[in-house]
Design a protein around this ligand. Structure first.
Ligand code: GUN
Ligand code: FE
Length: 422
C-alpha cells in the first residue's frame, strides 16, 4: 500500500473535471486505486508527497502505427490512398529487416513513455519477427499495449502482403507468446477492407472468435476509400457491414479508427454491436480526410476514444490530440451555425483517459478498483501567476508538453525511462 499526495484531477464523468486540491490517492500492492479523496485514509501505507504538482490519469492512444514512426511530420501533401502508396507502404516494407525494426521501434516505445501514453492499440506490419520485437520492447518498458500483426493480401506491393494462412498462424503464435495475464496482448488487425480479400476476412473473423481476440481496423476515413469499398464489396449495406459480415465488427471488442463519413446505417450497426470509434483529428486534418461527427456518436451512445494515428497524425502527444478534438468540434459547431455543441475540454480529456482506457479494463480514472495509471505534472513553468487549478489543467492541456511530465505510473509501477537506442 502506498499513498500519493498532490492536486488530483480526473474525469469520472465527461461533464466536468473532478479536482481534489491537496488530495490523496491510495494504491494497493497490486497497483489498483483503493481511495482517492481529500482525507488521508487510516490505512495509507507509505506517504509520498508531490507537493504542488498535479496528478492526472495517464493517456491512452487507441490508434497508431509503430512502423510509420520515421515518417512523423513528413509526407502530408497527399490524401489517404496515394499517401499509402507513395510514402507509407515503402516505409513499412523496411520492417522485413528486423534490425531496422528494432532501431525504429526502440525510439517509438521511448516516445510513448515520454508523452505519458501508458496504454496503446498499435498497428505493426505483416512481419512476425519485427512485431515480436515491438511486443518485447513494450514488455520491457512496462507499458500496456495491444499489438497488431497487420493482415493484408491485396492492393499492396508483394513485400507487404501475407496470406490468410500466414496471418492466422502469426497472430496465433503472438497470442500464445504474450498470453492473457500481462498488459501486452495480441489484437486481430485487418488493415482495411481494400487490403483484405474475402478469404483473409473470413479467416480473421474465425481467428477472433476462436481465440476471443479483440479487433482493430480503419473505417470510413476518406471519400475515395469509401467509393472503393463499395466497388469491392457491393453487397455490403455500408462500409462497416463489410467487416460485420465476417465477424469483425463488435463480435469481440472492436476498435474502428476515423469514421469521418459514418452514416446512420453504420452508426446503428456500431451502436448495436458496441464498436468503439477511435477519433483521430490530427490525422483527419493532415490527410484532408474530413471531420468525424463526434457529437453525433456520443449522442447515439457510441463509445469514442482518441488516437494519434501516427504518422497520418504528425505527433505522438495525446495532449495535442485532445486539443485538436476540441478545435475540430468547434469547426463543426460553426459550420452547423451553432446547432452541434462543441466538445468541452473535460469531455475531450475523458475520451483520452477513461473512455479509451475502458478498452484495457478499469483504466483511465482514479475511482476505486481502477489500475493506477498516472502522470505527475510539474507545471511550475506555466503556473507563474497563481492560476487556479481549473486554469492549470487547461493550460497544461493546451500549452504543456512532455517536459512537464515528471513521473509516469502504469498499473502502480513507476516506469523508468526506456532506452533510446538499441
Ligand atoms: N487506412 C489503411 N491504412 C492506413 C494507415 O496506415 N493510416 C491511415 N490513416 N489510414 C489507413
Ligand atoms: Fe491508421
Amino acid at each position: 500500500m502506498i499513498t500519493y499526495k498532490a492536486h488530483i484531477i480526473d474525469t469520472p464523468t465527461p461533464q466536468a473535471f473532478r479536482i481534489i486540491e491537496n488530495g490523496y490517492v491510495t494504491v494497493s500492492d497490486e497497483g489498483r486505486v483503493v481511495y482517492a479523496g481529500s482525507q488521508l485514509p487510516a490505512t495509507a501505507g507509505e506517504l509520498v508527497d508531490f507537493g504542488d504538482r498535479l496528478l492526472i490519469p495517464a493517456f491512452n492512444d487507441l490508434h497508431l502505427h509503430a512502423p510509420q514512426y520515421r515518417n512523423n511530420g513528413l509526407a502530408m501533401d497527399l490524401e489517404l490512398l496515394p499517401w499509402l502508396e507513395r510514402y507509407t507502404f515503402p516505409e513499412e516494407m523496411k520492417f522485413a529487416d528486423t534490425d531496422y525494426a528494432r532501431r525504429i521501434y526502440t525510439r517509438f516505445v521511448h516516445e510513448l513513455w515520454m508523452q505519458g501514453t501508458m496504454r496503446s492499440a498499435v498497428f505493426a506490419t505483416i512481419h512476425p519477427e519485427a512485431t515480436c520485437v515491438l511486443a518485447d520492447l513494450f514488455r520491457k518498458a512496462g507499458l500496456g499495449a495491444y499489438v497488431g500483426l497487420v493482415a493484408m493480401d491485396r492492393n499492396a506491393p508483394n513485400g507487404l502482403c501475407n496470406t490468410a494462412k500466414e496471418a492466422f498462424a502469426a497472430v496465433s503464435v503472438l497470442d500464445d507468446e504474450l498470453g492473457r495475464d500481462g498488459i501486452v496482448r495480441a489484437i486481430v488487425t485487418p488493415r482495411f477492407i481494400p487490403s483484405c480479400s474475402e478469404e483473409m476476412l473470413t479467416t480473421l473473423g474465425r481467428l477472433a472468435k476462436e481465440r476471443n481476440l479483440p479487433v482493430q481496423s480503419h473505417l470510413s476515413e476518406n471519400r475515395h476509400e469509401i467509393d472503393w469499398v463499395h466497388e469491392l464489396e457491393p453487397d455490403a449495406t455500408c462500409y462497416g457491414d463489410a467487416y460485420n459480415r465476417y465477424g469483425l465488427f463488435g463480435q469481440t471488442p472492436t476498435l474502428m479508427a476515423h469514421c469521418c463519413y459514418t452514416n446512420d446505417e453504420e452508426m446503428r450497426l456500431m451502436r448495436e454491436n458496441g464498436v468503439c470509434i477511435v477519433h483521430c483529428p490530427t490525422s483527419n486534418s493532415n490527410l484532408a480526410s474530413g471531420m468525424a461527427p463526434v457529437r453525433r456518436f456520443l449522442d447515439n451512445g457510441i463509445r469514442v476514444a482518441l488516437g494519434t494515428d501516427v504518422s497520418g497524425g504528425h505527433y505522438m502527444s495525446m495532449l495535442r490530440v485532445i486539443q485538436y478534438a476540441v478545435q475540430t468540434s468547434k469547426m463543426h459547431f460553426a459550420q452547423s451555425r451553432g446547432s452541434i455543441p462543441f466538445l468541452s475540454l473535460s469531455e475531450a480529456f475523458y475520451l483520452a483517459t477513461k473512455s479509451g482506457g475502458s478498452f484495457f479494463g478499469r483504466v483511465g480514472s482514479f475511482e476505486p478498483g481502477y489500475d493506477f495509471d498516472a502522470l505527475v505534472i510539474d507545471d511550475s513553468y506555466l503556473n507563474f501567476d497563481r492560476y487556479t487549478l481549473p486554469e492549470r489543467i487547461g493550460r497544461f492541456i493546451y500549452i504543456g508538453d512532455d517536459r512537464d511530465i515528471r513521473v509516469r505510473f502504469c498499473q502502480g509501477r513507476e516506469l523508468p525511462e526506456p532506452p533510446l537506442v538499441v
